[in-house]
Design a protein around this ligand. Structure first.
Ligand code: ZN
Ligand code: ZN
Length: 410
């Protein structure tokens, strides 16, 4: 494989192989930029490519780049899959099985927004230890806190484009962000929050400040717009421009998604919700049921805490069998697993899920009770993820696959 635009500065790029979580990596003698395009169902790429909104991606693919589909981890949520991407191992190993879970030690419902919930190291820190100049830029502060630990301490760059409390600046490594993009931080509920991340990455790659980049965007646009809507097409055009800048900076560019995105509405255009806790309370009144919606995060305007996967905690374990049988009979529920089976089939960590894990159909979401979800934040219709139908995601690479990967992908 030849790397275009090789310059003298790139001769300094460390190619020392490194290992993390049992996987050995041999980095190329070029900057590497990995993009997680949040919520990028493959349809978004198709819709933008056929209408000519992604000329750089089209040229990349015509010039020998790779495009395929890969399987993400379930549940198909942001923290779950961003953690898998930066660690190279499944949720059973990372321990991050949702954005939100019931901590069995404290009995509290908590957000997985701290590295203390993660049970493995990151490729980012391993690369930094091997001499790479690492930059992790994300639209979501929650991701920087879960996955960005150790980077600044190793001389790397880690920041989110999200506006956070200035008082926290010192501990957040935010100083690194100043001046990179040359404009103020964008609003979190915008497409620009994502473009800003990619702009920062391209600028860092161009200047040589970073040669190993993980750039993770937000799915605000995908939650709001279907692939062929003008706002989505314009957003992907913006992504394409930044992919072009990364390629022009000599980067090996890889892009994937943490999950897809589907419409979750009734034929009448209302959110198509199955309230699992309500159903179980009605049918098993004394069993001690607590449903957790692991999509829950600070960005409720995206999804109203409604995704296509929930876990059920049950105090009276003798009722688990009958409950599973009941859930399996509910129209729209497609998969019901007890804890052990979920660990085996979905590669989850037993102490981070419930007695029962439930998934639903492509056009549905699972909720707790009507009172727990504010549908008024949603603008009427709902697009979301979390289940089996958002599991498959695109994989893009600016170069051909190495033979050993090509053999695996065939
Ligand atoms: Zn996401
Ligand atoms: Zn989302």
């Amino acid at each position: 494989v030849r790397y275009r635009h090789a310059t003298a500065a790139m001769a300094e790029i460390a190619t020392t192989p490194f290992e993390t979580n049992g996987v050995r990596y041999t980095p190329p003698p070029a900057p590497v930029a990995v993009l997680c395009i949040d919520g990028c169902a493959d349809e978004y790429l198709d819709a933008a490519l056929v209408r000519g909104h992604m000329p750089r991606l089209a040229a990349m693919l015509a010039g020998g780049g790779h495009r395929s589909m890969v399987r993400g981890a379930l549940p198909s949520f942001t923290n779950v899959n961003n953690t898998c991407i930066v660690s190279g191992v499944p949720p059973s190993v990372t321990g991050i099985c949702g954005n939100f879970f019931l901590d069995p030690e404290s009995g509290e419902e908590v957000m997985t927004n701290s590295p203390r919930f993660r049970r493995c190291g990151t490729i980012l820190n391993a690369a930094a230890d091997a001499g790479r100049r690492v930059a992790f830029v994300t639209a979501k502060e929650k991701l920087r806190t879960v996955l960005g630990d150790g980077i600044v301490e190793r001389g790397g760059i880690a920041f989110s484009s999200e506006k956070v409390d200035e008082a926290k600046r010192d501990t957040h490594g935010l100083d690194c962000a100043d001046g990179v993009v040359g404009r103020g931080r964008p609003e979190i509920y915008s497409g620009d929050a994502s473009i800003y991340v990619l702009e920062a990455g391209a600028t860092l790659a161009q200047s040589g400040a970073a040669d190993f980049l993980y750039l993770s965007t937000t799915d605000f646009i995908q939650h709001k717009y279907a692939p062929d809507e003008p706002e989505a097409l314009e957003f992907y055009e913006g992504i394409d421009t930044q992919i072009g800048r990364l390629i022009d900076a000599g980067c090996v560019v890889a892009a994937t998604a943490d999950h897809g995105m589907n419409g979750k509405n009734t034929p009448g255009g209302k959110p198509n919700v199955i309230y699992v806790e309500t159903l179980l309370e009605e049918n098993f009144p004394d069993a001690g049921v607590r449903v957790i919606c692991p999509i829950t995060d600070p960005y409720v305007v995206h999804h109203g805490a409604l995704g296509s996967y929930v876990v059920v905690h049950v105090t009276d374990r003798s009722r688990v069998g009958p409950m599973m049988e009941f859930l399996n009979s509910v129209e729209g529920i497609t998969e019901v697993y007890d804890r052990d089976t979920a660990c085996r089939r979905l590669e989850l960590a037993g102490d981070r899920i419930g007695e029962i894990c439930v998934l639903c159909g492509r056009d549905r979401v699972l909720g707790k009770t009507p009172a727990d979800h504010d549908l008024s934040v949603l603008d009427g219709r709902l697009r979301s993820h979390g289940g089996r139908y958002e599991e498959m995601v695109p994989m893009l690479l600016s170069h051909p696959l190495r033979p050993e990967y090509a053999a695996r992908a065939a």
